[in-house]
Design a protein around this ligand. Sequence first.
Ligand code: HEM
Length: 540
Amino acid sequence: MEFESNNSYYTPLGDGPSTVPNNSFITYAALGAATLAALYLSFKLLDRRSLVDKEGNNIPAGPKGFPILGSFFSLTQYPEVTLDQWAKKFGDLYSLWLGNQLFVIVSSPEIVKDLIVTNGAVFSSRKEMYVKSQTVFVGRGITATPYNDRWRKHRRIASTWLNQRAVDSYTNILDSEATVLIKAMYQESRGGQVPINPQPHAGRASLNNMLSIVFGTRTGSIYHPLVGQALKISREFMNVTGPMSNLVDFVPFLQNLPNPMRQRGEKLHQKLVDTYGGMIKDIDSRMQMGEGVPDCLAKTMIESKNEEEMDDLDMAILASAFMIGGVETTAAIMQWFSALIPAYPEIQKRAHEELDRVVGRDRMPTVDDEKNLPFCHAIVKEVERCHNPFWLGTPHVASDDFTYKGNFIPKGTVVVLNTFTMHHDPTRHANPDKFDPERYIRDNLTSAESANLADPYERDHWMFGAGRRICPGMIVAEREIWLTISRMLWAFTMEALPNEPIDLKEYDGLSGRSPVPFRVNLIPRDNKVAQVLALEEAPA
Ligand code: HEM
C-alpha cells in the first residue's frame, strides 16, 4: 500500500490555530431559515432547563448561557480554565448547556467515584456525537460507542492486547523503541551540538509501539512516510473531535446545513479506512498466501472475525482507535516532560544523582528499576498531573435517569470529569501550579494500581479517566512513558535555548493537547552515553 509522503508534523498548526472553534457561526447565522428554528429551540431549551425528577429535584445549578448556543462560546479557548472557574462558583457538581445538550461537570474525586465507578451501570455510555461518533467512527470502534454489546466485544478484544500479561510479553519492543528514541535524539542533536524539536521523535516512538502491537511492523526513521501520515491523522482527529468544540454536535438543525465539520469528519474517516483498513487488508493477503505474520491485533482480528462477527469496517476502526488513542497521548506526555524539565535544573540534578546511584553509567534504566527510582517515578506522575493531555477526558453519558444527593441527572446527560480542577485542588496538592515531583515521592503505585484504590482522594491523578470506560491502554502507556522519560533523564542534561523560551501555556489540539513546537538542547551527560547506545566503541 502507498503512503503519502508528508512531513507536516514539523508544522502541526497547519490547519489553523487549534484553540479556535471549528465552526463559523457567521456562516450559519447568515442562513435565514435558522431564525425560526432558533426560536423554536429556545422555547424547548427553556423547558429543559426546568427539568425535575419525580420528587421535584432539579438538575444541578450552573451557568445560564445563551439561548440556542448555551455556554458554547465560553468554552472555545482553554475550556478547562472556564470549567475550573465555574467549579469554584457553582461547586463540585454543576450543569451547563451546549445547544440542546445538558452537561454535568464533576470536579471532586468523591463524586467521580459515586457516579462513574459505583454507579457504572448508569454512567458508562457515550454520546453519539455527530462529528466524532457518527461521521469519523461511523458508530464503530471502542472509544465512541455507547455502552452496548458491540462495545463489550471490542473492549474484550482490545484488552487481550493491552492487559498486564500481554504488555509483559512485548515489553522488549517498548524497551527497544525507547533506546532507538534516545539514539535518534542523540544523533539528530549531533551529540548535543545542535538543538532539536523532540516532537517527531516522541511521535515516532509512540507510533512504532502501536504499529508493533496493532500491525506487527515499525518505521525505521522519522522520515518514513507513515510517520508523517499517521501523526497527521492523529492531529486532525484531535482538532476535529473535541468533546465541547463542535457546535454542530449540539445544535441538530445545523447538521442539515452545508457543514465544513462534516466534510472534515468524512475525509478523516476515509483516511482511517484507507490507511489502517488498508494495512489490515495487506496482512490478510499475506496470511492467505501462507506468509508468516507476527502476532498482532490485526492478526487476532482476522483470525477471529467470523467467530466475533466483525466486518472490515469494525476491524479498521478498532485498529484506528489504537492508532489514535495510543499515539498522540503518550507522545504528548514525553513532549510536556521535554518542555517542562529544562526549567528545573535542580530537579534534573536530583534525578541524575538517583539514576547514578541506582543504575550507574554503564546501562540505561529498565522497567525493573522503576521501583528503586522513586524520584524519577515521581517526576513522571507530576508531569501527568500538570499536563494531562486530555483535561476533559472522553465524557461519559447517563443511560438512565439518576438522582444524586438531590441533584437530578436525566438520561442522556453528558458527564465530564473536570480533571483540571481535581489536579489543581490545593487541599490535595498544595501550591498546585508548582511543578513539584516531591508530592509523589511516597507514591509507589502504578497509575493502573492507583485507579483501584478504595479512597478516590488517594488516587495519583485522573489522566486515564475512571470506571468501566477507564483507558484500557494504561499499562502499556505507563510502561512506555517510564522507559522513554527515565532514559532521557539518564542520557541528557536538558536545557532551554537562551533566546527561545518554551511556551507551557499555549497548546496544540482540541480534544487532546500537546505543547506547541519548541526546541531544546540535549547535552549528553558524559561519553558513556554514546558507548551504551553502541554509537561508539568502548575504550579497550
Ligand atoms: C498518556 C497516555 C494516555 C492517556 C492520557 C489516555 C487517556 C484516556 C482517557 C481519558 C480515556 C477515556 C476514559 C474514560 O472514559 O473515563 C481513554 C480511553 C481509551 N484509551 Fe487511552 N489514554 C492513553 C493511552 C492509551 C494507549 C497507549 C492506548 C492503546 C491502545 C489507549 C487506548 C484507549 C482506548 C481504546 C480507549 C477507549 C476505552 C472505552 O471507551 O472503553 N489509550 N484513554
